[in-house]
Design a protein around this ligand. Structure first.
Ligand code: SF4
Length: 114
């Protein structure tokens, strides 16, 4: 078998993805679809808990209402080689699984910056 087929690269006839992949700050795409599905269900992508009552539960809408990016709990720690990531200080953790996106609708613990 052709090695390129094993890794699904280099084939111009491959169907395009259903949605543009959401690329994480670390260059990974695997969390995008799961995050969007959780938002549609009214769940926060990271915590899995309920969204803030005023949050917009539509992953196509990326502005308005409470957002992680406007929450006092979002932090930007500096990691290895000076890279930065967005985290929630209520959750912690150092892996990509705990990275936040600023556009994500706020969770029930959202507290806006004054
Ligand atoms: S507390 Fe704030 S930063 Fe943390 S997950 Fe909830 S909305 Fe996002």
């Amino acid at each position: 078998m052709d090695d390129r087929r094993l890794f699904d690269v280099g084939f111009a006839d491959s169907p395009p993805p259903e949605h543009e992949p959401e690329v994480s700050p670390r260059g990974h795409t695997r969390y995008g679809a799961r995050a969007r599905n959780r938002i549609r269900r009214g769940e926060h992508p990271l915590t899995g808990g309920l969204l803030h009552p005023d949050a917009i539960a539509d992953p196509a809408v990326r502005e308005g209402g409470p957002r992680c990016g406007t929450c006092i709990h979002i932090t930007t720690p500096v990691g290895h080689r000076g890279k930065t990531w967005r985290k929630c200080d209520l959750i912690g953790g150092g892996s990509e699984a705990t990275d936040l996106r600023r556009w994500w609708p706020g969770c029930s613990d959202w507290k806006g910056t004054a």
